[in-house]
Ligand binder design. Structure first.
Ligand code: ZN
Length: 63
């Protein structure tokens, strides 16, 4: 079974995990909107997910 932590990393995108569009969408859905999916600018078949709230510096948690 696919595992996020075992996913290959993208060297041009700060070593984010490379996932398929489908996997990215599932992660976004299961995160309740905390994760955002975006297409890799280099490898167009690759997608990444990230958490803006989480990564944009912890200090002020709005909400
Ligand atoms: Zn990338």
């Amino acid at each position: 079974m696919w595992n996020y932590s075992n996913a290959p990393r993208c060297t041009v995108c700060a070593h984010r995990a490379i996932v398929t569009k489908h996997q990215a969408q599932r992660l976004v859905n299961s995160s309740g909107g905390r994760l955002v999916a975006y297409q890799c600018p280099i490898e167009l078949s690759s997608w990444h997910v990230w958490a803006p709230e989480f990564e944009r510096g912890g200090g002020s948690a709005s909400r």
